[in-house]
Design a protein around this ligand. Sequence first.
Ligand SMILES: NC(=O)c1ccc[n+]([C@@H]2O[C@H](COP(=O)([O-])OP(=O)(O)OC[C@H]3O[C@@H](n4cnc5c(N)ncnc54)[C@H](O)[C@@H]3O)[C@@H](O)[C@H]2O)c1
Ligand SMILES: [Zn+2]
Length: 358
Amino acid sequence: MQTLHVELADRSYPILIGPGLLSAPGVLDAHVPGRDLVLISNTVVAPLYAERLKASLRGRRFIEVVLPDGEQHKSLSTASRVFDVLIANRVARDAVVVALGGGVIGDLAGFVAACYQRGVAFVQVPTTLLAQVDSSVGGKTAVNHPGAKNMIGAFHQPVAVVTDTDTLQTLPDRELHAGLAEIIKYGLICDAAFFGWLEDNMDALRTRTAAALTYAIHRSCQIKAQIVGRDEREQGERALLNLGHTFGHAIESATGYVDWLHGEAVGLGLLMATDMSARMQALDAGVVERLRRLLERAGLPVVPPRIGAARALGYMKVDKKVQAGRIRLVLLTRLGRAVVTGDYPDSALQATLAAHFG
Ligand SMILES: NC(=O)c1ccc[n+]([C@@H]2O[C@H](COP(=O)([O-])OP(=O)(O)OC[C@H]3O[C@@H](n4cnc5c(N)ncnc54)[C@H](O)[C@@H]3O)[C@@H](O)[C@H]2O)c1
Ligand SMILES: [Zn+2]
């Protein structure tokens, strides 16, 4: 088992990573406080893992909320249904919310925990690769508005993150590959050696080898934890974690958030941001080809939908990162080093969009 810490003064917390943690004697028991637990999961994940988790937390009182599966349920109305259950059961302030599932469940349960009685403790038990390397760490919680994703939310850090890598054995391939895109992102933004490790170990990750997964998740969480520790509320550096996301956002928006998984769109976004950095002569063009090859080996698409440069730009302009009308982009200055900037030639952005989106 690997342990690391997110350092945020009195809101610091551990992240535990390894195979079998859901049933490892004492692990959950030591890191989940509270006698009354509100277990929030969904109809896919609860039948697979809820019993294992509950068996490791014998002697606690559980209130279980099993929600329907899907991003469309990450909504205010679902949160409201959960509040109804909590109030009907007179759940007290010292209860602890446990999120068992992917990013949808983690974001929604975290939002519920942030709001219920102005904030109760919560523990993340992420079961998708994306949730294990990204959404469970850092305290961003949210639900979607029908008109915009993640628009209603709060910063609310968990008290612990417990990642059992064995849960990935049941994850559909496409979801695994989507999580790999976020892992590759960490290498690009701040660790060239980790990028090289991914090139050497991509096959072991694809075949879900426990040791490789544990290392990749550990290194990803370490990078995210360091950045969040320095910039919890995204005043600056935390925005680097959005590498590829503004380009990816154009794909997700143009396709109505249904055909493309977030990680798939991000993978292509990484390629476009890297390509644009090379077009600006800020980055060695060889990195673009290395990345394309690595994305392919991760099972990710490398050709975007032909939505057209103008339409893509339109979607990018409604991204949260627009400041004073200028799209701020995360670009690379070398492999393992990224900057957030609005200072780039429009011609480089245009050329990149035309090359990829047509
Ligand atoms: N808070 C943050 O910082 C942050 C960061 C990135 C993404 N997000 C959010 O995360 C969400 C996406 O998360 P996701 O990619 O985990 O999607 P998800 O939660 O929808 O999970 C993907 C699918 O896998 C299923 N699943 C989960 N674990 C499984 C398992 N072990 N075995 C089999 N099936 C399993 C789910 O039921 C679902 O059908 C989005 O809403 C996004 O906005 C939040
Ligand atoms: Zn992402």
